[in-house]
Design a protein around this ligand. Sequence first.
Ligand code: NDP
Ligand code: BG6
Length: 464
Amino acid sequence: MSGTVDLVIFGASGDLSRRKILPSLTHLAARNGSALRVIGAGRSHPSQQEFRDLVNESSGSPELAATAEWVQINYRDPASFAPVKAMLDGTSSAIFYLATPPETFSDILGAVGQSGMAIKGDQSRRIVVEKPLGHDLASARKLNAQLAATFDEEQIFRIDHYLAKDTVQNVLALRFSNSLFEPVWNRNLVESILITAAEEEGIGLRAGYYDRIGAVRDMIQNHVLQLLALVTMEPPITFDADYIRRAKRLALRSMSPLDPSSAVRGQYEGYLDEEGVSPDSRRETYAAARVSIENWRWDGVPIYVRSGKALKRRATEVVIKLRDAPMLRVGGRRQRGIPTLIVIRIQPDEGITLRIGAKRPGVRFEMVPAGMKLDYARLTRQALPDAYENVLSEVLAGGHSAFPGGEEIELSWEIVDPLIKAWEADGHPEPYPVGSWGPQAADDLVGSGGAGRWIVSGDEPGTA
Ligand code: NDP
Ligand code: BG6
C-alpha cells in the first residue's frame, strides 16, 4: 500500500488500541514509506480533540494525532457506519482493524460488506482481526465464512502476534538455513520437545475476558500451537507465505486432538478473589498437555506444552532434548550423561542456547553442562521491533507469513476442542501457588510420559 492509508480501528478507545496498535504506528509509517490516517470508531463519543489527544498520548506522534478522526457508530445499526464510508470516499487504501470484543465481529463485518466500503478481491481494502478467532471449532468456521463473504483470503490478516515476534520467525532461520540442525530434527535423535509459555502476571483487570476463556483458548489454541507447528513442520519449498502456511497446515493436521487423560489444568491460588471472577469459577489459568504428532518425523516423540499465568517468571521457550550419547567411560568410570538441549528462547532474553556436555577444566576428566549461547539482541544495534509493529508492517506490505490462514485456525480448534469440552463438563483445576511453576500433576505428567521433567533456562545448568 502506498500514499495515504486510512487505518479504521473499530474499538480504538480500548485497551488493545491504546497499548499495542497506536504505539506501533509511530515508526511504522516511516518504515513503509506511506502516510497513515487513523479513523477511530466505536460506541463512545469523544470529541475530535479528545480522540486526537488519545492518539497523541498513545502513539507519541503529534503528526498522527493531527489527522486522526473519530466516528461514533452503533455496531448493530449498519446505517451508523455511513460516516466511515464517507471518510473513505476517494481514499486509495484502507485497512479495517477489528479491535473490539468478538461478539461485535459479525455486525462489523456485515456493515463493512453491505456498505461497499470493502469489495471482495479489491486488494486496496484489507481486514485485520484479533484473537480470539472463534470460541470453538463451530464458531471459528462461522467467522471464517463471514470473512470470506466480504474478503478474499489475500485481504484477510488474522493476528497471532507470536508469529510476528522476531524470535518466532527465527525458528525458520534456525531450522532451515543451518545444515547442522535439520538432520537431527526428527524422531531418530530428538528424545522430547517441551514448550513453555509462562507469564508472571496474573489476569490483572481482564477477568471479563479471561474467566470465559481460560489458558487453552487464550494461549494454547493459538500462540503455542503456532509455535509448535513451526518447530515440527516439514521444510517449506520457499519461505513465501503460501508454502509456510501449507507446511504449518500439514503439521497441525498431523497432531491428534488433545486427550484429557494426558493433560493437566491448574488455577492459581487467589484467582477466585480477582475482581470480576466468578466466585465458583472452574476456569483454568494453567494448562499442560501432551501433543501427539502422527507422522514419519515425530511419531512416538513425547511432546508437551504448558502455559499459565502467575507463574514463577515470564519465560517462553522451546526445548528440544536430543538423545544421550551412548556412553562415556573415562578410566573405567562411567561419566554422568549430559543431555544435549537446543533451547529456543522466545522471550525474554531472546536467543538460542545449545546446551552440551564439556570437560570441566582441570586435571581430571569430568563432564559439566555448558552452554553455547546466541544473544538475539546482539545481532542488531537497534531495539527489537515490537510484534505489533511487525504485524502492521506486514499488513501494509500485503505479506501473509506472519499470519495464520483460516484453515490453520480451524485445525487448531479441532486439536483443543475435546480438551476444552471435557474440562468445561466436569472436574476442577488443581490449585497452584502464585510464583510456582504450576501444579505438581504437570510435573508428573511429563515424568510419566517419558520426557523427564520440564526445563526452562536459568533453572537448568548450562542454559542460562
Ligand atoms: P476492550 O474491552 O478494551 O474493548 C475495546 C473497545 O471495544 C472498547 O473501548 C469499546 O469501545 C468497544 N467495546 C467493548 N465492549 C463492547 C461490547 N460489548 N460491545 C461493543 N463494543 C464494545 O478490549 P481490548 O482492547 O482489550 O481487546 C480488543 C480485541 O483484541 C478483543 O477481541 C481481544 O480479545 C483482542 N485482544 C486484546 C489483547 C489485549 O492485550 N488487550 C491481546 C490480544 C487480543 P466503544 O465503547 O468506543 O465502542
Ligand atoms: C495474549 C493473551 O494473546 O497474549 C494474553 O490474550 C497474554 O493473556 C499475551 O498475556 C501474552 O503475550 P506476550 O507477547 O506478552 O507473551
